[in-house]
Design a protein around this ligand. Structure first.
Ligand code: NAP
Length: 300
């Protein structure tokens, strides 16, 4: 049944996109990598997963028929442009699946779709690292939560089979917003702090950071509450420390982006929190200070 499924399009050759494409390739399921280079026909990928090495040939040919399903695993700041570029390759009733960290893209993305297209969000805890143009490592086995974003998706069947093959195990939820807010809480602590201090995630488990983490989480809960999302600060704090412990040897994506002088997702993590807090009339000075410190040292 799954083998009959028309090809999914995956935007880009980033870590998450290649992870999804490699999982599909391992299962002999069709997919198109939609790359910036229109001349690229195939991509050889050396993929390492659970101590096993695979060499995979990925299809980068332009799709000949409109795509029924598009996965958009790009950084939050690339979502609008990626949709502009690739929505014309999609069927009028296609399923479009966003997959990124941070928040603040949903309204714009919805406005870019046809009214007959369904918008979904996939939030994943898988870890993937690209250590070269042809080399990918599955650094952390996670899972993915999928939920509807626009009204049409709320009343449609989710593209669960293909996404489970690509980024499973998959859990489909009717309301993805609490999942996105919870992930934002973790990202709004670990990403900016590790990027500012230029340390691995595990450093944040040291006792000297505990007060600042508590403060950041307390402020986060005030903003979330203003948007109808209720969290227990102690539980969230423990979640942040668990993630820092479980990924102790990793650098966060924001730390890596800044170390390599690439654009980062600060605007969609702390920036989104600040904007939402201002709209709600909530003061979040600890996040504000972190944002300003990071902006002050941001490479030109
Ligand atoms: N990596 C992880 O372990 C992980 C885990 C969970 C969540 N996430 C989140 O998932 C998102 C994707 O992460 P990632 O690590 O895969 O990022 P990434 O490695 O930067 O991948 C994004 C890729 O998309 C490409 N791209 C952007 N716009 C495009 C377009 N219009 N057409 C074709 N290609 C386009 C980028 O190309 P250029 O480089 O040329 O712009 C880049 O290769 C981020 O929000 C990240 O925070 C990542």
């Amino acid at each position: 049944m799954l083998k009959q499924h028309p090809a999914i399009g995956i935007v880009g050759q980033g870590a998450v996109g290649l992870l999804a494409a490699s999982q599909l390739a391992l299962r002999h399921l069709p997919c198109h990598l939609l790359t910036r280079d229109p001349q690229l026909a195939t991509l050889v990928l050396n993929f390492r997963q659970q101590q096993q090495d695979h060499s995979l040939l990925l299809n980068c040919r332009q799709p000949q028929r409109p795509l029924p399903l598009l996965l958009v695993p790009v950084k939050a700041f690339s979502v609008v442009q990626a949709l502009q570029q690739w929505l014309p390759s999609c069927a009028p009733d296609a399923d479009i699946v966003l997959c990124h960290n941070g928040m603040g893209t949903l309204e714009l993305a919805q406005s870019q779709l046809k009214s007959s297209q369904k918008l979904w969000f996939a939030s994943t805890t898988h870890g993937a690292l690209k250590s070269g143009p042809h080399r990918l490592q599955h650094t952390g086995v996670g899972r993915t939560m999928l939920g509807p974003i626009n009204a049409l998706a709320c009343h449609s069947s989710p593209p669960a089979a293909v996404l489970a093959a690509a980024l499973g195990p998959l859990q489909v939820v009717t309301d993805i917003l609490p999942v996105l807010w919870q992930k934002l809480a973790v990202n709004a602590v670990i990403n900016p702090l590790t990027a500012l201090l230029m340390v691995k995630n595990g450093e944040l488990t040291q006792p000297q950071y505990r007060r600042q983490i508590d403060l950041l989480i307390d402020e986060f809960c005030l903003v979330a509450q203003a948007k109808g999302q209720m969290f227990d600060p102690q539980t969230l704090c423990q979640m942040v420390l668990d993630v820092a412990t479980n990924t102790a040897g990793n650098f966060s994506s924001m730390q890596q982006d800044r170390a390599l002088q690439r654009p980062d997702e600060l605007e969609f993590i702390t920036g989104f929190l600040l904007k939402t807090a201002t709209e709600a009339g909530v003061a979040i000075p600890a996040h504000q200070q972190l944002y300003q410190q990071l902006r002050a040292v941001k490479p030109a």
